[in-house]
Design a binder for this molecule. Structure first.
Ligand code: SF4
Ligand code: SF4
Length: 207
């Protein structure tokens, strides 16, 4: 039976509204770490900890609610699952030890397998982020940002740089970014071979 009774997400006191459990079961079966969602108690710590919460259409907590509410389309087309940057703030703070970041990435991969596409902006950022990892074996934040901004064209790129300059200055000030270019890690060629192999197996690649 796929219908159970409970409050509907987003309703005004919608107690008694039917939940559709079929999507939750689909997630438990097909998404990496999907079953861990069962442990979520909706405390909201992950949402409060996420540095990207302002940019996401749904916080991780809401994503889990939507899954339980059977909102397949909203979850799989959500930009939030594609935006997660693996900062791990949510995972280390979750009082129920839900591996939020793993579930978010599991959902993103599942959405891609189901034919959902990330928004152009997200895809562009993923491409530049991936390119940096491939070239250097690490992230050079300035390089990713520069390539991402210029990926919009020269004029728009300069405009984006000006809009985001305070963030860059803040990162330099707090030593979250270096002025000098990052050097490739040792044995970066071996890493590239592994990434090529993973990509060929369909498990790697851009967002
Ligand atoms: S912090 Fe953990 S328990 Fe709290 S809402 Fe997020 S996933 Fe659920
Ligand atoms: S790992 Fe992803 S979902 Fe979790 S806090 Fe960081 S950006 Fe947000």
């Amino acid at each position: 039976m796929d219908q159970v009774v409970g409050p509907k997400y987003g309703s005004r006191g919608g107690a008694g509204k039917a939940y559709n459990q079929s999507f939750a079961r689909e997630v438990y079966r097909n998404v990496d770490s999907g079953e861990e969602i069962k442990m979520c108690m909706q405390c909201g710590v992950c949402a409060a900890s996420c540095p990207l919460k302002e940019k996401m259409d749904f916080s991780p907590r809401k994503i889990f609610t939507l899954i339980r509410a059977g909102q397949r389309e909203k979850v799989l087309s959500s930009q939030a699952i594609m935006l997660c940057t693996s900062c791990y703030s949510c995972k280390v703070r979750c009082p129920r030890k839900v591996p939020v970041v793993d579930v978010m990435h599991g959902l993103a991969h599942y959405a891609l397998r189901q034919g959902y596409k990330p928004r152009a902006e997200t895809a562009l950022f993923g491409q530049k982020f991936w390119g940096n990892i491939y070239r250097l074996g690490r992230i050079d934040e300035k390089d990713v940002a520069l390539r991402y901004f210029l990926g919009h064209g020269l004029g728009q790129g300069i405009k984006l740089m000006m809009e985001n300059k305070n963030m860059g200055i803040g990162m330099l000030w707090y030593k979250r970014m270096k002025i000098l270019p990052e050097r490739p890690i040792k044995n970066v060629k071996s890493l590239r071979k592994m990434l090529d192999k993973a990509k060929a197996m369909g498990k790697g690649g851009a967002v």
